[in-house]
Design a binder for this molecule. Structure first.
Ligand code: GLN
Length: 401
């Protein structure tokens, strides 16, 4: 027998931080969809091919032996293309040598940014409902998230709104940053210039940084315009702009995103990024430079393609009994499920994936207090027409169940 001595009090070997969040519900729903053979309208990734030119560029980069580490903060070609396009699209001038960090997806850009700017005790303001990563991101960076409500439109065709006074009350001397995701996941809200100016004024008054997630920048409907926070007067030197290839070029699995920030903040983000991941995939960064050089028509077609998909899915959801909040941007539709008489969104989503054969994301995963999302579920419509048809066919069973 071994004479190893076990100490009387065993350590539990886990960080306290991980107790504050669960695994991603969005990604869990994809696994559930696979398990039950359901149509996956949960996780937001396209089920159709990426543009041929971009795929070819990636293949050529591998063939040309772009197979070793890129510069840790990003391949020069890609940084140049990012800087150039921010000028073209938003009139923001960016130094590709000093202000761009390429990361493993905008997901890594967000957490590297928060780790780079937050200290324990700092507060980060987040609009709620929110993309679920922001919660764990704040906890891991030691910051305390503070939520400000986006309220659903009361009338059809209305917009999700926030209360200006509630937003103002959220700012205080502990506020380090505010996260603004526009176009917004999960609501489809596109923040107006006026709303962004209001946020800008508070950032200036309280000396707060804006961290913007603009990953759906090109996915806009009904004439909505995307405004980058960094383009507003006074915000260039207090904004970190996060974006990436995933949604614009339908390559969510490539994991190429970026953070654009003033030099001092970029230096801090680059340090965190370097030690977290060293770098994003080198050949795919070269393909990214090609992607960012596509003609302007590409973006118009992208948005039009998603508008068609939105207008394909919403009528089938409405016919099945969902109340839909019509998005003006991004590729999700938040719905109200009160008509189905379920106690909560998780039970309803389980029923939907197991009995009806469609996976969606329970609304509670977008709120701090699960009861706020108990009568909501989110559907993604970044899918082929035949996928949306099959989902519609299955959802029609809801009326008779
Ligand atoms: N943004 C996508 C969504 O909300 C998924 C992102 C992810 O799973 N990394 O569904």
């Amino acid at each position: 027998m071994s004479d190893v001595v076990t100490p009387p009090h065993r350590k539990h070997f886990l960080s306290d931080k991980v107790d504050f969040f669960t695994e991603s519900v969005i990604r869990e729903m994809t696994r559930q969809a696979m398990l039950h053979g359901a149509v996956n309208l949960a996780q937001g990734f396209p089920d159709f091919p990426a543009p041929a030119d971009i795929k070819r560029a990636a293949q050529e980069a591998v063939a040309a032996d772009v197979n070793q580490y890129a510069i840790t903060w990003g391949a020069k070609n890609l940084r140049n293309a990012i800087a150039r396009q921010m000028g073209v699209w938003q009139g923001i001038s960016v130094d590709p040598e000093k202000e761009v960090t390429v990361c493993c997806g905008s997901t890594e850009a967000m957490i590297s940014t928060l780790l780079a700017v937050c200290n324990a005790g700092d507060e980060v303001i987040i609009f709620e409902p929110y993309y679920e990563n922001y919660g764990p991101d704040s906890v891991l960076s030691g910051a305390r998230p503070k939520f400000v409500k986006l309220r659903p439109p009361e009338k059809d065709g209305g917009e999700w709104t926030f209360d200006e006074q509630e937003l103002r009350r959220a700012f205080d001397r502990h506020t380090k940053a505010i996260v603004v995701n526009t176009p917004n996941n999960p609501t489809g809200k596109v923040f107006t210039r006026r709303e962004l100016e209001l946020i800008r004024d508070l950032c200036l008054e309280f000396d707060v940084l804006a961290i913007t997630d603009e990953i759906y920048e090109h996915i806009l409907y009904d004439g909505a315009q995307h405004v980058s926070m960094a383009s507003l007067d006074g915000m260039r030197d207090r904004t970190v702009t996060i974006n990436g290839m995933s949604k614009t070029y339908s390559v969510t699995g490539w994991r190429v995103g970026w953070a654009v920030a003033p030099e001092k903040i970029t230096n801090a983000i680059r340090k965190v990024h370097d030690f977290l991941t060293v770098g994003a995939p080198a050949p795919l960064q070269e393909a990214g430079a090609v992607a960012l050089s596509l003609p302007q028509e590409y973006y118009a077609k992208l948005a039009e393609g998603y508008r068609t998909r939105r207008d394909h899915l919403i009528p089938s959801l409405t016919a099945a009994g969902f109340h839909c909040f019509r998005p003006r941007g991004a590729y999700y539709v938040m719905t109200d499920i009160s008509a189905f008489g379920f106690h909560d969104d998780v039970a309803f989503s389980r029923f939907l994936v197991q009995e009806i054969g469609v996976a969606a994301v329970p609304g509670s995963s977008f709120y701090r207090d699960p009861s706020d999302g108990a009568q909501q579920v989110r559907f993604a419509f970044c899918k082929k027409p035949e996928t949306l048809d099959e989902a519609a066919r299955r959802l029609s069973k809801l009326r008779h169940s």
